[in-house]
Write a protein that binds this ligand. Structure first.
Ligand code: ATP
Ligand code: MG
Length: 647
């Protein structure tokens, strides 16, 4: 990677830290001498109804495949996230809610959270929800979504949260896939001032789902007219009758906790299944360690609860630590592009965690909308979801964080439950664009296409050699597909699907999906590398790079480029950008085609869907595949038109 500059811990970073450099080293040392002792310490950070005595039982081999953690213990997730905090900090704020409309905000204390969750748990029980039943939650980013998630865990029901931006068909597909008989929704959601008809979408979806018995409709008042009499329960009509006490169901550590469908960046979404003990251990440990969480901090993760980031770092990780977590209903650019920074000032946010797509979009608007806010409360910044280009990293560090706040660039997946490769705030020196090192106990390895282990500074496919507590346990309803997808390409190892480089200092640099890595005249070039070079040019706001068949080179490089506001798309600029990439990376990475892209196809979680761009560049727009998780399908037609002009 071009930018190898090392950023030590910023001067003035608050001490003592939760885990400083010495503490992190001590954890790595413990793993080296007595790995189980490390895992035991992590497990003991939770409250167990029946303490575990067994820690780990894992084999990644097809014949005796198994993944079990803390497996003779019993616990309850809601009890760990709520009840155990009530004695000491019942009046402390658990959730701060910031509405889409900047004039709406309120706080929910741990005491109130306990009552709200227990009432909903009793409500679901009364209408027939039992331990092990799947409950689909199709909600906007409001505390009610978290209440119902926690209420499911209270009674041992398995939640499947479906992002509120999905269409009726996508919702129906996910309800049918996990045979869910209960749905939670509300009349409508609002994001960026636009209303989303969630209940109407649910009604349409349920035309395809005859087995759904009840829809719990979140409402403030009881007289809302509902269409489907017996099926729909307006919770405002019955909640007052529910007791605010509900016993926490003792769950086996390996009992299912939730199902969550992946973003669909690379194909049809998979129903990832996580279990109770290991997942919560990992969400709690990584939250506290990686972000250097300290009692009293206000933590804000901007991800929607419809994604794994929202599960682990809006709800479970923060609450397991008794933290204050901010739930934001809106979007980064409404009503203005200063919204994120204003919310940070308004609620005195200490730790802020967002995605490169948001950082790049806001960087495009210049420094002024950031600079006019204070952001003095910020201590730690985080990034997740895609590789962060060094250019965007430096802007985040210097402009948003004023050079004071470490950035934790956290690499992980829906499948991993929580962070695996990431800096620990205040303990790891940073390199812009690198996710740095694996957390203690996590064993990344790099293999070539044949599965041969590569050592030292190298590049190849990222696998994890052994399990960690937060690992997914199955694809819901299709265990064979789980083993096939993740453990058969490189037998005995978990294959992440990502490409990676390891430099001389042992830092890991994610280069993108393995399927996206280019092979130009026999040279392997990561899409992330070319994209970062383009974004580093002052005229470029965002770029997506894919390969296409090339007679001489094998693969050519096709760049879709979004320019900074106000920059003219000219032929001269294309030449300038081509020369720029040649100079930044080398002539081997010289773009063959640069296509201006007013918008890029993204998943609803904001990730660029390169497989669609690849089909466009290959001249096969009829073979786009599943595009149901696309945020704005109209950009695709524009790009196909633009590509045709070129061929
Ligand atoms: P699908 O699996 O359905 O194709 P997806 O992989 O986008 O969708 P997620 O589990 O949400 O679904 O995303 C995980 C992927 O996101 C990782 O495999 C990696 O490619 C990318 N990613 C996440 N965080 C980072 C990061 N900090 N740096 C680089 N890449 C990241
Ligand atoms: Mg994936």
């Amino acid at each position: 990677m071009s930018d190898q500059q090392l950023f030590p811990v910023p001067a003035g970073f608050l001490r003592p830290q939760t885990v400083d450099a010495a503490g992190l080293k001590a954890q790595h040392d413990l793993v080296a001498t007595d790995e189980n002792a490390h895992w035991r310490t992590l497990g003991e950070a939770l409250d167990w109804i029946e303490p575990f005595t067994k820690i780990k039982d894992v084999s990644f081999n097809r014949d005796d495949f198994r993944i079990r953690w803390y497996y003779d213990g019993k616990l309850n997730v809601s009890q760990n996230c709520i009840d155990r905090h009530l004695k000491d900090r019942g009046d402390q704020v658990a959730f701060i809610f910031e509405g889409d409309d900047p004039s709406t905000s309120y706080s929910v204390t741990y005491n109130r959270l306990a009552a709200e969750v227990n009432k909903r748990a009793n409500l679901m029980k009364q209408y027939g929800v039992k331990k092990g039943d799947r409950v689909t939650i199709y909600m906007p980013m409001v505390p009610e979504a978290a209440y119902f998630m926690l209420a499911c865990t209270r009674i041992g029901a398995v939640h499947s949260v479906v992002f509120g931006g999905f269409s009726p068909d996508s919702l129906a597909g996910r309800i049918l896939d996990c045979k869910s008989e209960f749905v939670v929704t509300t009349h409508e959601g609002v994001r960026g001032g636009k209303k989303i008809p969630l209940k109407a979408n649910t009604d349409l979806a349920l035309l395809q789902c005859p087995d759904v018995k009840h829809v719990f409709v979140v409402a403030d008042i009881c007289d809302v007219m509902l269409k489907h009499g017996d099926r729909d329960i307006n919770i405002a009509c019955v909640l007052d009758e529910m007791s605010a006490e509900c016993p926490a169901e003792p769950m086996g550590a390996e009992d299912p906790l939730f199902i969550l469908y992946t973003s669909g960046s690379t194909g049809k979404p998979k129903g990832v299944l996580h279990t109770t003990g290991g997942y919560l251990v990992w969400a709690a440990y990584t939250f506290k360690t990686v972000f250097d969480y300290q009692a009293g901090d206000v933590f804000w993760c901007t991800a929607d609860v419809g994604w794994v980031t929202g599960h682990s770092y809006v709800v479970y990780g923060p609450l397991a630590n008794g933290a204050t977590s901010l739930i934001f209903e809106g979007v980064p650019n409404y009503p203005t592009v200063s919204r994120f920074w204003e919310v940070i000032d308004k609620h005195q946010v200490n730790i802020f965690y967002t995605a490169p797509t948001a950082i790049r979009a806001l960087m495009r608007e210049g420094d002024e909308p950031v600079k006019k806010t204070s952001r003095a409360s910020l201590r730690v910044l985080g990034s997740v979801g895609e590789p962060i280009n060094p250019e965007a990293w430096l802007w985040y560090y210097n402009v948003v964080g004023d050079g004071r706040c470490p950035i934790v660039d956290t690499w992980w997946q829906t499948e991993t439950g929580g962070h695996l490769i990431t800096p620990v705030a205040g303990a790891t020196p940073l390199k812009p664009g690198s996710a740095s090192y694996a957390l203690p106990g996590v064993k990344p390895v790099i293999v070539d296409a044949e599965g041969k282990l590569l050592s030292g500074a190298t590049e190849g496919n990222l696998c994890i050699a052994d399990s960690w507590p937060g690992q997914m346990r199955s694809i819901y309803g299709d265990h064979a597909r789980f083993i096939e997808t993740y453990f058969s390409t490189y037998p005995g190892k978990y294959f992440t699907g990502d490409g990676v480089k390891r430099d001389e200092d042992g830092y890991y640099w994610i280069t993108g999906r393995v399927d996206d890595v280019l092979n130009v005249s026999g040279h392997r070039i990561g899409t992330a590398e070319v994209e970062s070079a383009l974004v580093a040019h002052e005229t470029v706001a965002e770029a997506a790079v894919v390969g296409f068949p090339h007679d001489i080179k094998g693969q050519g490089i096709w760049c879709f480029v979004t320019l900074v506001k106000g920059v003219e798309p000219t032929e001269e600029l294309k030449v300038t950008l081509r020369n720029w990439v040649r100079r930044e990376i080398g002539p081997i990475a010289s773009p063959d085609v640069i296509q201006w892209a007013p918008g890029l196809p993204k998943t609803r979680s904001g990730k660029i869907m390169r497989r669609i761009l690849r089909k466009i560049a290959e001249g096969q727009p009829e073979a786009l595949g599943d595009i149901s998780t696309l945020a704005d399908p109209s950009v695709v037609a524009d790009l196909i038109k633009g590509a045709n002009l070129k061929i």
